[in-house]
Design a protein around this ligand. Structure first.
Ligand SMILES: [Fe+2]
Ligand SMILES: [Fe+2]
Length: 337
């Protein structure tokens, strides 16, 4: 591949060791480290619409600032104090692929901070691959089809500012659906799956309330509205790190239940689903699912998360290399099929 062609993270991953590349990225995170000689270098996570790339920026890297319209001065080096504040900014990079102990390693030798108006971060960031209108229509259909007190409740909740934020939000900062619209994509997918499961289980003779399942599924991750912050890239809030979305979701739900006068029994049913949806105490739920409705929501949540991990892990694999690298979130390797 010609060295001066600008390529994306997916194409970079296909390059062999020894290759050079040019690319545009948004800095997702940047952490200063020290090498064995005490010299500062950076571990950078760089994002584009195709995914993320972990890259090293060694101490001899060239940092340039072209963020303003000013004509270039002879010295347009980026001031060192600006470097840690690069998260969320669009950069241009010249990089290299090398072999480090049998693994491909990426490094950026030249990093240019670009003009953020000309190169807006949103244009380079991952977003849900499913069109927003399609997701919004599926959400509306799930809400509309939900009956009983639970249905009346979610029709009041999913409106106005709440709905607007819910459509914009990521489902995570890493792991799964970590992009704008990710929370909506994940919620619609797992809620539709949970609804089908509940309906089939009812046909099989189990006493299961599909309205509670759908409402619980739509509400299960509402704590993420408080745990994450959607700046240019998804970020964890202080509250998210210290309280977590399971507890935050329950707090938000209790406020909404109070505001809209939800009856006590439906409140316990839905509150239990929110608190138990991670399935096990070691996965962050203070209680384990104790009702058929909570079991179904928790199972659908885990299934959607794991199948997303499969999709994400195999997307860059070739037919010659069909087994994915270790997926830490799902604790396994996946097969491309
Ligand atoms: Fe969750
Ligand atoms: Fe979830």
């Amino acid at each position: 591949m010609a060295e001066n062609v600008i390529i994306n993270s997916q194409e970079i991953r296909r390059l062999p060791a020894g290759s050079a590349f040019k690319a545009f990225f948004v800095v997702s995170s940047i952490v200063q480290k020290s090498d064995k000689n005490g010299k500062a270098y950076y571990d950078m996570t760089a994002a584009d619409s195709f995914g993320t790339l972990e890259a090293k920026v060694w101490s001899d890297a060239q940092w340039l600032d072209k963020s303003t319209e000013q004509p270039l001065s002879a010295d347009d080096r980026l001031a060192p104090e600006k470097i840690p504040a690069l998260a969320g900014m669009t950069i241009g990079v010249n990089g290299k692929v090398s072999d480090f102990r049998g693994q491909l390693q990426y490094s950026f030798g030249k990093i240019t901070l670009l003009n953020q108006e000309k190169f807006p971060p949103s244009a380079y960031l991952p977003h849900s691959p499913v069109p927003m209108e399609a997701l919004a229509a599926r959400l509306a259909a799930l809400i509309e089809g939900c009956g009983g007190a639970a249905g009346d409740f979610i029709r009041k909740v999913f409106t106005g500012e709440f709905l607007h934020k819910f459509r914009e939000w990521p489902a995570a900062v890493s792991h799964h659906h970590a992009y704008a619209g990710g929370l909506l994509e994940h919620t619609v997918s797992m809620a539709a799956c949970a609804k089908s499961m509940a309906q089939e289980m009812a046909i099989s003779g189990y006493d299961i309330d599909a309205d509670i399942v759908v409402a619980g599924a739509l509400l299960h991750d509402i704590g993420k509205l408080d745990s994450y912050r959607m700046t240019t890239v998804p970020n964890m809030t202080v509250e998210g790190a210290l309280l977590d979305h399971v507890a935050q979701g329950y707090i938000r739900f209790c406020e909404l239940a109070e505001r809209y006068g939800l009856d006590e029994k439906t409140k316990i049913h839905l509150g239990h689903i929110i608190l138990s949806h991670h399935g096990m105490r070691e996965y962050g739920s203070p209680v384990v699912p104790a009702t058929p409705e909570a079991l179904v929501v928790s199972a659908a949540d885990e299934l959607d998360f794991k199948i997303f991990c499969w999709k994400d892990s195999v997307k860059n694999l070739t037919d010659e290399q069909p087994i994915s690298p270790w997926n830490n979130s799902a604790q396994r390797r996946f097969w491309k099929k």
